[in-house]
Design a binder for this molecule. Structure first.
Ligand code: C2E
Ligand code: MG
Ligand code: MG
Ligand code: MG
Length: 285
Protein backbone atom coordinates (compact mmCIF):
# COMPACT_ATOMS: atom_id res chain seq x y z
CA UNK A 1 0.00 0.00 0.00
CA UNK A 2 2.75 2.37 0.95
CA UNK A 3 4.42 1.66 -2.42
CA UNK A 4 1.25 2.30 -4.44
CA UNK A 5 0.70 5.59 -2.59
CA UNK A 6 4.24 6.64 -3.26
CA UNK A 7 3.93 5.95 -6.98
CA UNK A 8 0.61 7.78 -7.12
CA UNK A 9 2.21 10.84 -5.55
CA UNK A 10 5.12 10.70 -7.99
CA UNK A 11 2.78 10.51 -10.98
CA UNK A 12 0.89 13.52 -9.62
CA UNK A 13 4.13 15.52 -9.44
CA UNK A 14 5.07 14.50 -12.98
CA UNK A 15 1.75 15.73 -14.33
CA UNK A 16 2.00 18.96 -12.40
CA UNK A 17 5.58 19.56 -13.58
CA UNK A 18 4.50 18.92 -17.15
CA UNK A 19 1.65 21.42 -16.92
CA UNK A 20 3.97 24.01 -15.41
CA UNK A 21 6.62 23.45 -18.08
CA UNK A 22 4.03 23.81 -20.83
CA UNK A 23 2.66 27.01 -19.32
CA UNK A 24 6.14 28.41 -18.97
CA UNK A 25 7.01 27.46 -22.58
CA UNK A 26 3.82 29.14 -23.85
CA UNK A 27 4.66 32.31 -21.90
CA UNK A 28 8.21 32.21 -23.27
CA UNK A 29 6.96 31.97 -26.88
CA UNK A 30 4.60 34.91 -26.36
CA UNK A 31 7.36 36.91 -24.67
CA UNK A 32 9.65 36.50 -27.68
CA UNK A 33 7.04 38.31 -29.82
CA UNK A 34 5.93 40.87 -27.24
CA UNK A 35 8.55 43.55 -27.89
CA UNK A 36 8.01 43.55 -31.66
CA UNK A 37 4.24 43.58 -31.06
CA UNK A 38 4.48 46.67 -28.86
CA UNK A 39 2.93 44.91 -25.87
CA UNK A 40 5.13 46.56 -23.22
CA UNK A 41 4.28 49.75 -21.36
CA UNK A 42 5.98 51.74 -18.65
CA UNK A 43 4.07 52.77 -15.57
CA UNK A 44 5.47 55.46 -13.29
CA UNK A 45 5.44 55.61 -9.50
CA UNK A 46 6.30 58.94 -7.83
CA UNK A 47 9.20 59.36 -5.44
CA UNK A 48 8.46 61.99 -2.79
CA UNK A 49 11.23 64.29 -1.54
CA UNK A 50 10.61 64.76 2.21
CA UNK A 51 12.72 67.90 2.60
CA UNK A 52 11.57 69.72 -0.54
CA UNK A 53 8.01 68.46 0.17
CA UNK A 54 7.33 67.68 -3.45
CA UNK A 55 7.67 64.87 -5.98
CA UNK A 56 11.32 64.62 -6.99
CA UNK A 57 11.06 61.91 -9.60
CA UNK A 58 9.34 58.78 -10.87
CA UNK A 59 10.38 55.13 -11.07
CA UNK A 60 9.62 53.41 -14.38
CA UNK A 61 8.07 49.97 -13.88
CA UNK A 62 7.57 47.79 -16.92
CA UNK A 63 4.16 46.21 -17.68
CA UNK A 64 3.36 43.54 -20.24
CA UNK A 65 -0.13 43.87 -21.68
CA UNK A 66 -0.71 40.39 -23.08
CA UNK A 67 -3.43 40.18 -25.78
CA UNK A 68 -5.37 37.46 -23.91
CA UNK A 69 -3.88 37.23 -20.40
CA UNK A 70 -4.11 40.98 -19.81
CA UNK A 71 -1.63 42.69 -17.49
CA UNK A 72 1.32 40.43 -16.62
CA UNK A 73 3.40 41.78 -13.69
CA UNK A 74 7.22 41.98 -14.06
CA UNK A 75 7.67 39.36 -11.34
CA UNK A 76 6.13 36.86 -13.80
CA UNK A 77 8.32 37.60 -16.84
CA UNK A 78 11.56 39.45 -16.01
CA UNK A 79 13.34 36.23 -14.98
CA UNK A 80 12.24 34.53 -18.24
CA UNK A 81 13.28 37.59 -20.27
CA UNK A 82 16.72 37.32 -18.61
CA UNK A 83 17.02 33.62 -19.45
CA UNK A 84 16.08 33.99 -23.12
CA UNK A 85 18.20 37.12 -23.63
CA UNK A 86 15.20 39.35 -24.27
CA UNK A 87 16.12 41.56 -21.31
CA UNK A 88 18.84 43.30 -23.34
CA UNK A 89 16.54 44.73 -26.07
CA UNK A 90 13.70 45.10 -23.54
CA UNK A 91 16.03 46.95 -21.14
CA UNK A 92 17.18 49.23 -23.96
CA UNK A 93 13.53 49.91 -24.86
CA UNK A 94 12.73 50.77 -21.21
CA UNK A 95 15.66 53.20 -21.01
CA UNK A 96 14.75 54.89 -24.29
CA UNK A 97 11.04 55.17 -23.47
CA UNK A 98 11.64 56.41 -19.91
CA UNK A 99 14.10 59.11 -21.08
CA UNK A 100 11.71 60.28 -23.82
CA UNK A 101 8.79 60.42 -21.36
CA UNK A 102 10.89 62.31 -18.78
CA UNK A 103 11.66 65.01 -21.36
CA UNK A 104 7.96 65.96 -21.20
CA UNK A 105 8.04 66.41 -17.39
CA UNK A 106 8.89 69.62 -15.51
CA UNK A 107 12.61 70.35 -15.47
CA UNK A 108 14.41 68.73 -12.56
CA UNK A 109 11.99 65.82 -12.18
CA UNK A 110 14.11 62.66 -12.38
CA UNK A 111 13.39 59.25 -13.82
CA UNK A 112 14.63 55.98 -12.32
CA UNK A 113 14.98 52.84 -14.43
CA UNK A 114 15.54 49.31 -13.12
CA UNK A 115 18.48 47.50 -14.68
CA UNK A 116 18.99 43.73 -14.67
CA UNK A 117 22.26 41.94 -13.95
CA UNK A 118 22.24 40.49 -17.48
CA UNK A 119 22.44 43.99 -18.98
CA UNK A 120 25.69 44.44 -17.08
CA UNK A 121 27.47 41.72 -19.02
CA UNK A 122 29.96 43.03 -21.57
CA UNK A 123 29.14 46.61 -20.59
CA UNK A 124 26.03 46.51 -22.83
CA UNK A 125 24.34 48.79 -20.34
CA UNK A 126 26.76 51.66 -21.01
CA UNK A 127 25.85 51.74 -24.72
CA UNK A 128 22.12 51.44 -23.95
CA UNK A 129 22.31 54.38 -21.54
CA UNK A 130 24.32 56.54 -23.96
CA UNK A 131 21.84 55.75 -26.77
CA UNK A 132 18.81 56.60 -24.64
CA UNK A 133 20.34 59.92 -23.54
CA UNK A 134 21.42 60.85 -27.07
CA UNK A 135 18.03 59.91 -28.53
CA UNK A 136 16.01 61.88 -25.95
CA UNK A 137 18.43 64.74 -25.15
CA UNK A 138 17.66 64.14 -21.45
CA UNK A 139 20.40 65.60 -19.23
CA UNK A 140 22.27 62.61 -17.71
CA UNK A 141 21.80 63.88 -14.15
CA UNK A 142 18.03 63.38 -14.52
CA UNK A 143 18.47 59.64 -15.12
CA UNK A 144 18.96 57.23 -12.26
CA UNK A 145 19.68 53.51 -12.61
CA UNK A 146 18.42 51.09 -9.98
CA UNK A 147 20.45 47.97 -9.54
CA UNK A 148 19.99 45.09 -7.12
CA UNK A 149 22.64 43.12 -5.33
CA UNK A 150 22.42 40.37 -7.95
CA UNK A 151 24.31 42.75 -10.28
CA UNK A 152 27.18 42.86 -7.84
CA UNK A 153 27.30 39.11 -7.32
CA UNK A 154 28.68 38.52 -10.82
CA UNK A 155 32.21 39.57 -11.57
CA UNK A 156 33.16 42.17 -9.04
CA UNK A 157 35.96 43.93 -10.91
CA UNK A 158 34.16 44.07 -14.27
CA UNK A 159 30.97 45.25 -12.56
CA UNK A 160 32.81 47.98 -10.68
CA UNK A 161 34.42 49.15 -13.93
CA UNK A 162 30.96 49.30 -15.58
CA UNK A 163 29.51 51.23 -12.64
CA UNK A 164 32.35 53.74 -12.86
CA UNK A 165 31.86 54.05 -16.64
CA UNK A 166 28.17 54.84 -16.01
CA UNK A 167 29.12 57.37 -13.37
CA UNK A 168 31.35 59.08 -15.97
CA UNK A 169 28.37 59.30 -18.33
CA UNK A 170 26.80 61.39 -15.55
CA UNK A 171 23.87 59.22 -14.47
CA UNK A 172 23.10 58.40 -10.83
CA UNK A 173 23.14 54.91 -9.41
CA UNK A 174 20.86 53.55 -6.69
CA UNK A 175 21.10 50.31 -4.75
CA UNK A 176 17.57 48.82 -4.91
CA UNK A 177 15.88 46.56 -2.31
CA UNK A 178 18.70 47.19 0.15
CA UNK A 179 18.97 44.63 2.91
CA UNK A 180 17.40 41.68 1.11
CA UNK A 181 20.52 40.12 -0.47
CA UNK A 182 23.85 39.02 0.93
CA UNK A 183 26.80 41.16 2.07
CA UNK A 184 25.01 44.45 1.44
CA UNK A 185 27.49 46.29 3.61
CA UNK A 186 30.58 45.25 1.69
CA UNK A 187 28.94 46.47 -1.54
CA UNK A 188 28.43 49.88 0.00
CA UNK A 189 32.12 49.97 0.80
CA UNK A 190 33.27 48.99 -2.69
CA UNK A 191 31.08 51.36 -4.69
CA UNK A 192 29.86 54.88 -3.91
CA UNK A 193 26.14 54.61 -4.67
CA UNK A 194 24.21 57.85 -4.89
CA UNK A 195 21.25 56.34 -3.13
CA UNK A 196 20.14 53.41 -1.00
CA UNK A 197 16.56 52.22 -1.45
CA UNK A 198 15.43 50.59 1.80
CA UNK A 199 13.44 47.47 0.98
CA UNK A 200 9.72 47.58 1.67
CA UNK A 201 9.96 44.64 4.09
CA UNK A 202 11.74 46.96 6.56
CA UNK A 203 9.35 49.86 5.99
CA UNK A 204 6.46 47.46 6.70
CA UNK A 205 7.95 47.00 10.21
CA UNK A 206 7.06 50.59 11.07
CA UNK A 207 3.94 50.53 13.28
CA UNK A 208 2.54 53.04 15.81
CA UNK A 209 4.90 51.41 18.35
CA UNK A 210 7.84 53.80 18.88
CA UNK A 211 10.26 50.85 19.07
CA UNK A 212 9.34 49.60 15.58
CA UNK A 213 11.29 50.20 12.39
CA UNK A 214 14.71 50.03 14.02
CA UNK A 215 16.39 48.67 10.86
CA UNK A 216 14.99 51.57 8.83
CA UNK A 217 16.42 54.00 11.37
CA UNK A 218 19.80 52.25 11.23
CA UNK A 219 19.96 52.26 7.41
CA UNK A 220 19.05 55.97 7.28
CA UNK A 221 21.97 56.57 9.66
CA UNK A 222 24.23 54.39 7.53
CA UNK A 223 23.32 56.35 4.41
CA UNK A 224 23.94 59.64 6.19
CA UNK A 225 27.42 58.53 7.32
CA UNK A 226 28.33 57.29 3.84
CA UNK A 227 26.97 60.40 2.11
CA UNK A 228 24.31 58.41 0.27
CA UNK A 229 20.67 59.47 -0.01
CA UNK A 230 18.05 57.09 1.36
CA UNK A 231 14.61 56.22 -0.03
CA UNK A 232 12.01 54.26 1.90
CA UNK A 233 10.11 51.83 -0.39
CA UNK A 234 6.60 50.48 0.01
CA UNK A 235 5.12 53.19 2.27
CA UNK A 236 1.49 52.18 2.78
CA UNK A 237 0.43 54.15 5.87
CA UNK A 238 0.57 57.73 7.07
CA UNK A 239 2.43 56.51 10.16
CA UNK A 240 5.19 55.07 7.97
CA UNK A 241 5.31 58.27 5.89
CA UNK A 242 5.55 60.53 8.96
CA UNK A 243 8.13 58.34 10.69
CA UNK A 244 10.45 58.20 7.66
CA UNK A 245 10.25 61.99 7.39
CA UNK A 246 10.97 62.38 11.12
CA UNK A 247 13.92 59.95 10.98
CA UNK A 248 15.56 62.05 8.25
CA UNK A 249 14.97 59.75 5.29
CA UNK A 250 15.45 61.74 2.07
CA UNK A 251 12.70 60.23 -0.07
CA UNK A 252 9.69 57.96 0.11
CA UNK A 253 7.80 55.79 -2.33
CA UNK A 254 4.71 53.64 -1.92
CA UNK A 255 0.98 53.20 -2.36
CA UNK A 256 0.33 55.83 0.37
CA UNK A 257 1.80 58.42 -1.99
CA UNK A 258 0.59 56.82 -5.22
CA UNK A 259 0.46 53.49 -7.02
CA UNK A 260 2.37 53.20 -10.30
CA UNK A 261 0.29 54.66 -13.15
CA UNK A 262 0.52 55.26 -16.92
CA UNK A 263 2.68 58.14 -18.22
CA UNK A 264 -0.45 60.29 -18.61
CA UNK A 265 -0.91 60.40 -14.79
CA UNK A 266 2.50 61.96 -14.04
CA UNK A 267 1.54 65.65 -14.24
CA UNK A 268 -1.58 65.19 -12.12
CA UNK A 269 0.46 63.35 -9.45
CA UNK A 270 3.02 66.16 -9.30
CA UNK A 271 0.24 68.72 -8.81
CA UNK A 272 -1.61 66.67 -6.21
CA UNK A 273 1.53 66.41 -4.08
CA UNK A 274 2.73 69.98 -4.47
CA UNK A 275 3.14 71.86 -1.15
CA UNK A 276 -0.13 73.78 -0.92
CA UNK A 277 -2.33 70.83 -1.83
CA UNK A 278 -0.45 68.56 0.56
CA UNK A 279 -1.06 70.82 3.57
CA UNK A 280 -4.68 71.12 2.54
CA UNK A 281 -5.41 67.41 2.09
CA UNK A 282 -3.49 66.38 5.20
CA UNK A 283 -5.15 69.08 7.34
CA UNK A 284 -8.52 67.61 6.35
CA UNK A 285 -7.47 64.07 7.27
P1 C2E B 1 11.33 47.29 -7.48
O1 C2E B 1 12.26 47.95 -8.41
O2 C2E B 1 11.76 47.17 -6.06
O3 C2E B 1 9.95 48.10 -7.60
C1 C2E B 1 9.06 48.30 -6.54
C2 C2E B 1 7.91 47.33 -6.60
O4 C2E B 1 7.11 47.51 -5.44
C3 C2E B 1 6.97 47.58 -7.78
O5 C2E B 1 6.39 46.32 -8.14
C4 C2E B 1 5.91 48.47 -7.16
O6 C2E B 1 4.69 48.44 -7.85
C5 C2E B 1 5.79 47.85 -5.79
N1 C2E B 1 5.29 48.79 -4.80
C6 C2E B 1 5.46 50.14 -4.77
N2 C2E B 1 4.87 50.67 -3.68
C7 C2E B 1 4.32 49.65 -3.00
C8 C2E B 1 3.56 49.57 -1.77
O7 C2E B 1 3.28 50.56 -1.10
N3 C2E B 1 3.18 48.33 -1.38
C9 C2E B 1 3.47 47.22 -2.11
N4 C2E B 1 3.05 46.05 -1.62
N5 C2E B 1 4.17 47.25 -3.25
C10 C2E B 1 4.59 48.45 -3.70
P2 C2E B 1 6.37 45.83 -9.67
O8 C2E B 1 6.02 46.97 -10.57
O9 C2E B 1 5.52 44.61 -9.71
O10 C2E B 1 7.86 45.45 -9.96
C11 C2E B 1 8.47 44.38 -9.28
C12 C2E B 1 9.94 44.32 -9.59
O11 C2E B 1 10.16 44.00 -10.98
C13 C2E B 1 10.67 45.64 -9.36
O12 C2E B 1 10.97 45.81 -8.00
C14 C2E B 1 11.90 45.44 -10.23
O13 C2E B 1 12.88 44.69 -9.54
C15 C2E B 1 11.36 44.60 -11.38
N6 C2E B 1 11.14 45.49 -12.54
C16 C2E B 1 10.10 46.33 -12.80
N7 C2E B 1 10.29 46.99 -13.97
C17 C2E B 1 11.49 46.57 -14.45
C18 C2E B 1 12.26 46.91 -15.63
O14 C2E B 1 11.89 47.74 -16.46
N8 C2E B 1 13.46 46.26 -15.78
C19 C2E B 1 13.91 45.33 -14.86
N9 C2E B 1 15.10 44.73 -15.07
N10 C2E B 1 13.23 45.02 -13.75
C20 C2E B 1 12.03 45.63 -13.55
MG1 MG C 1 13.36 49.57 -8.42
MG1 MG D 1 12.86 48.11 -4.77
MG1 MG E 1 11.64 44.87 -5.31
Amino acid sequence: RAKADGRGTWRFFEVEMDIRLQARRALELDLREALANGEFQLHYQPIYDFRAQRIGGFEALVRWIHPTRGLVPPGDFIAIAEEIGLIVPLGAWCLKTACRDAMRWPDGIKVAVNVSAVQFRDEIIVASVRDALADSHLPPKRLELEITESVLLKDNLATLATLHALRRVGVRIAMDDFGTGYSSLSYLRSFPFDKIKIDQSFVRDITPDADSGLIVRAVIGLGASLGMRTTGEGIETEIQFDRLAAEGCDEGQGYFIAKPGPAATVHETITRWSGARLTQSRAVA
